[in-house]
Write a protein that binds this ligand. Structure first.
Ligand SMILES: NC(=O)c1ccc[n+]([C@@H]2O[C@H](COP(=O)([O-])OP(=O)(O)OC[C@H]3O[C@@H](n4cnc5c(N)ncnc54)[C@H](OP(=O)(O)O)[C@@H]3O)[C@@H](O)[C@H]2O)c1
Length: 287
């Protein structure tokens, strides 16, 4: 069945590639971005691939823009089958280094934005008694990372949010929920995170500096030694999103690479797709 799909954060990276792949599969894709001045990259790729993409403005930090985008889609299509909460941003200052504004921002973009978009689509999906909300989290949503505690905590929040909704929405309203958990993806993500993190002021010079330097060198060395296995192309992760979307009984969570699976192994071995835990919570609370 061809689906009507809303994707957030499609100016670059995974959101862009997922929009193209889903349109190539014949779905009706509403690709959204906070700044439509960045639309050319996506539109060119759509043209090169001979697919049609519907473009709308949506800033996950702006509730009105979310409501407007969702209302436009429902008005035109009379349905909305899939929400892909992809928009997100990295941040690598730790608790003592981040300002109050940075704390609010990293949580807002990565977590509150998911809640806002989910809230906006649920009335229509409940009415349809069908839908799928796919939240792009991270291996950092399962395993805490040094200097990334604010970003990881926001992704953990999305995981907890998804898990909680996955107890109610599939059973009573036919709406599925899945966290897609990539490891490294070769996108603008790290450049954008570096801009925000190092910014105009650079990294703070404090007692964490040598620890941060060692951490960075370690990442760079590992990436240089095994870039192909550590980092995925965004197209590969987009394919995982498509597979999950086509799954009649989709997982609550899924890693996107063997590297990611190995990285999270101690957290996920007992219940890799999250269904055992979900079913136990349902049995204990709702059956
Ligand atoms: N790359 C990785 O290594 C990696 C690993 C694990 C998980 N992820 C997750 O994968 C998802 C996609 O990231 P990516 O790798 O494709 O990075 P990316 O190329 O930096 O793309 C991030 C997208 O999010 C958008 N965005 C940021 N703030 C937004 C807002 N307030 N409203 C709407 N859109 C906003 C960006 O738009 P602008 O162009 O306007 O900034 C951009 O389109 C994110 O959720 C990220 O956390 C990435």
């Amino acid at each position: 069945m061809k689906k009507v799909i809303l994707v957030t954060g499609t100016s670059t990276g995974l959101g862009l590639k997922a929009s193209i792949l889903l349109a190539q599969e014949g779905h009706t894709v509403y690709a959204t971005m906070r700044n439509l001045a960045k639309k050319d990259l996506l539109l060119k790729e759509a043209q090169d691939n001979g697919v049609l993409i519907n473009l709308l403005r949506l800033d996950v930090q702006d509730t009105e823009s979310i409501k407007e985008a969702v209302a436009t889609i429902i008005e035109k299509e009379d349905r909305l089958d899939v929400l892909i909460n992809n928009a997100g941003a990295g941040f690598a200052r730790n608790t003592e280094q981040a300002t109050e504004e940075e704390l609010q921002w990293v949580t807002d973009v990565n977590y509150h934005g998911v809640v806002r978009c989910t809230n906006a689509v649920l009335p229509q999906m409940r009415k349809q008694k069908s839908g799928h909300i796919i939240n792009v989290t991270s291996v950092g949503g399962l395993v805490g990372q040094p200097f990334n505690e604010l970003y990881c905590a926001a992704k953990f929040a999305v995981e907890g949010y998804t898990e909680s909704l996955a107890v109610i929405l599939p059973k009573y309203f036919g709406i599925n929920l899945t966290c897609v958990e990539p490891g490294g993806i070769s996108t603008e993500f790290f450049n954008s995170a570096a801009k925000v993190t190092f910014g105009e002021t650079g990294m703070p010079d404090d007692e964490y500096t040598p620890i941060f330097q060692a951490y960075l060198s370690g990442i760079q060395a590992r990436a240089a030694a095994s870039k192909e296995t550590t980092f995925q192309a965004p197209e590969e992760v987009a394919q995982v999103i498509l597979n999950v979307m086509n799954d009649n009984d989709p997982p609550v969570r899924i890693r996107t690479s063997a590297w990611g699976e190995n990285f999270c192994q101690f957290k996920i071995t007992a219940d890799p797709d999250g269904k055992k835990q979900r079913d136990q919570v349902i049995a204990q609370n709702l059956d």
